[in-house]
Ligand binder design. Structure first.
Ligand code: GAP
Length: 442
């Protein structure tokens, strides 16, 4: 008998089957653990990004947004220390010819081990580690000389530091304040894998919070708590999260201290988000390299201050994986297996599915009318195919929190049955009150 698929296998299969995530270049056999987000996946990702943007940027008086370029002057990466210091330890195996990241041996497979279990390197004869720079080099312009070489950004943060003065002056910001940004980042990772957990192209949600030097530690504690509570707000199970301080030898080259918010993935506890205390490292370096005064003048004391920075940095694509893993559940209902994604209603790709009970007697027309009414308020989906129970199951599997059914009574009194995904309870709601009913519950 074939073994029961693992949770990750079930999730990868659901994501493909239901249009969340596809292998990139699939018709060519796929490409190096890169992934495309399908109609439901792009919606899920956008809704997580929207929730972050609302809570971390637009919902706060002290934070503004930015969208800087992926390509920046190469000097930016020299100055930031990424050219010299954004390295991982690479080891080669003389026996199996594999290449591994020394500190992630437990997550990489030895090509000679038929079991394909990560972490089995008993016969490996590893070389001494050497530094491998993770930035993707690229050529800008048609002439292949060194002046045209730059890098795809490995973090969005540097675009924030290089725009520090522009934002300060145009928005007349006062300490403490933050600049948030969501966007693509690229890292030539030695080890990729675990689906979308670690990829070479991914998306970041980052915020640089500038404060007075003496406020640094306090702001670090504040943001660790804020970000932890943010995941709880959107339904991540508290027992699956923990905070962990970095050991001195783990710290990135720019960080004085750092906390990870970790999630208990199927392979164990691993990083979901990092909150780093970058001090004045970046502003000072860029000021030295450019001769610009990257500082803020206290209007009362006239003192010039180079702010310190606390940076909550979350992987958006890694968030997608965590929201999916955390939401996935299997249960038995009426003797049948039900797969359900218990996604928070603000995160779920579709908020409301509308079904006509039968395909006649004007029910499809009323269902379409409801969709037209609701679509400006939240994402909706129309389905008239198959038995009603099967239609519920299809929506459960993609996390739709509400299903509304148009039946015979609807034609008489303009009420519909609204069924809630988790409790499976059904209530009758007048069509006129449906939007407020749903909005109050999302
Ligand atoms: N600017 C700080 C910074 O980039 P980081 O800890 O290197 O910090 C932040 O990255 C977050 O980005 C991580 O906590 C993780 O969620 C995500 N991340 C990092 N590398 C990733 C990769 N290769 N694939 C997917 N997500 C990644």
């Amino acid at each position: 008998m074939a073994p029961e698929p693992t949770l990750m296998e079930k999730l990868v299969s659901l994501c493909k089957r239901r249009g969340f995530i596809f292998q990139a270049s699939e018709i060519y056999g796929g490409f190096e653990s890169t992934w495309d987000y399908g109609p439901l996946g792009v919606e899920l990702k956008r809704r997580i990004a929207d929730a972050w943007w609302r809570d971390v940027v637009t919902g706060r008086e002290d934070v503004v947004g930015l969208d800087s370029a992926i390509l920046q002057a190469p000097q930016v990466w020299e100055t930031s220390g990424h050219v010299a210091g954004f390295n991982d330890p690479l080891v080669d195996c003389k026996t199996c010819k594999g290449r591994f990241r020394q500190d992630k041996l437990d997550q990489s497979e030895c090509p000679r081990k038929p079991s394909k279990h990560p972490g089995e390197h008993t016969d490996c004869e590893l070389t001494e580690p050497r530094k491998f720079n993770m930035m993707f080099k690229t050529q800008v312009g048609p002439v292949e000389d060194s002046a045209a070489t730059t890098y795809l950004r490995p973090e969005t943060a540097q675009g924030i530091f290089t725009n520090f003065l522009n934002v300060l002056n145009t928005m007349r910001m006062k300490l403490p304040f933050g600049i948030g940004q969501i966007g693509k980042a690229f890292r030539n990772e030695i080890v990729t894998g675990n689906f979308i957990f670690r990829t070479r192209e991914f998306e970041l949600m980052e915020m640089e919070y500038f404060c007075r030097p003496e406020q640094g530690e306090e702001m670090l504690a504040y943001w660790v708590q804020e970000r932890h509570d943010w995941y709880l707000k959107y339904g991540i199970k508290p027992e699956k999260m923990r905070r962990r301080a970095h050991e001195p030898d783990e710290l990135a080259h720019y960080a004085k201290s750092c906390f990870d918010i970790e999630y208990e993935f199927p392979w164990g506890w691993d990083e979901l988000e990092g909150i780093a205390y970058r001090t004045d490292y970046d502003l000072t370096k860029h000021a030295q390299a450019t001769g610009k005064k990257l500082a803020w003048q206290d209007p009362d004391t006239k003192e010039w201050i180079t702010p310190h920075v606390v940076e909550p940095a979350a992987g958006l694509t890694r968030n997608v994986l965590v929201f999916l893993l955390d939401a996935y559940a299997e249960e038995e209902v009426g003797g049948e297996k039900r797969v359900v994604l218990r996604l928070h209603p603000r995160i779920a790709p579709i908020t409301l599915a509308v079904f006509p009970l039968v395909k006649k007697e004007g029910m499809p027309d009323v269902a379409r009318e409801i969709i037209r009414l609701c679509l400006p308020h939240f994402p909706c989906f129309y389905d008239q195919a198959g038995a009603i129970g099967r239609r519920y199951r299809r929506q459960d599997e993609i996390g739709t929190p509400f299903c509304a059914t148009v039946d015979g009574q609807t034609l008489e009194d303009r009420t519909i049955t609204v069924r809630e995904r988790d409790s499976m309870e059904q209530v009758r709601v007048p069509i006129d009150e449906l939007i407020s009913y749903i909005v109050e519950r999302t």
